[in-house]
Write a protein that binds this ligand. Structure first.
Ligand code: SF4
Length: 164
């Protein structure tokens, strides 16, 4: 099987998160896919021009990525700046990269206002989570790319086998 997979760069050990850290996923499947040349790394936020480090951002009012795409929610950083346009640009960059490489699947880190696919933070900057997607995950799903979180890597492998 040769399917390529779009993967959050911070899961691959790249220190691109808002606080300048990585969140490396040490999993044999990910190592195998990398060795096979099937991993396409993306950091939507850095691709859009955010710096490292940068202020943390959350989707406002307990909403999620789909609402940002439809224009009914905004992404705000902890200082109150509206960074919605950069988040949308990063999502478009990730989608373009996925299409350029023919990726039908993505493995993205959960909890991020860009990459989250199972939960995100609620916009209060108090550490409260709720079910929902980040902006990039929502855009990828809207274009029929199947998004799995970092805790679902085994399910992603099963799904790719099933789809091959
Ligand atoms: Fe990681 Fe995605 Fe945040 Fe970039 S945008 S640091 S890839 S979670």
């Amino acid at each position: 099987m040769t399917a390529k997979i779009l993967v959050s760069a911070c899961l691959l050990g790249r220190p691109v998160r808002y606080n300048g850290s990585a969140k490396t996923l040490a999993h044999p499947l990910l190592a195998q896919w990398q060795a096979e040349g099937r991993v396409v790394a993306t950091c939507p936020e850095v691709s859009a021009g955010f710096s490292i480090p940068r202020p943390p951002s959350e989707i406002g009012e307990g909403k999620a990525g789909e609402s940002v795409l439809s224009g009914t929610a905004r992404v705000i950083d902890i200082n109150g700046s509206d960074v919605t346009d950069l988040f949308l640009a990063g999502a478009e960059n990730a989608l373009a990269l996925a299409r350029a490489h023919g990726c039908r699947f993505a493995l993205l880190i959960d909890g991020s206002p860009s990459c989250g696919s199972g939960f995100i933070y609620d916009g209060s900057f108090t550490g409260k989570k709720h079910p929902g997607t980040g902006v990039t995950a929502a855009l990828l799903r809207a274009h029929n790319i199947e998004v799995f979180s970092d805790s679902e890597i085994d399910a992603l492998e099963r799904r790719m086998v099933q789809a091959s």
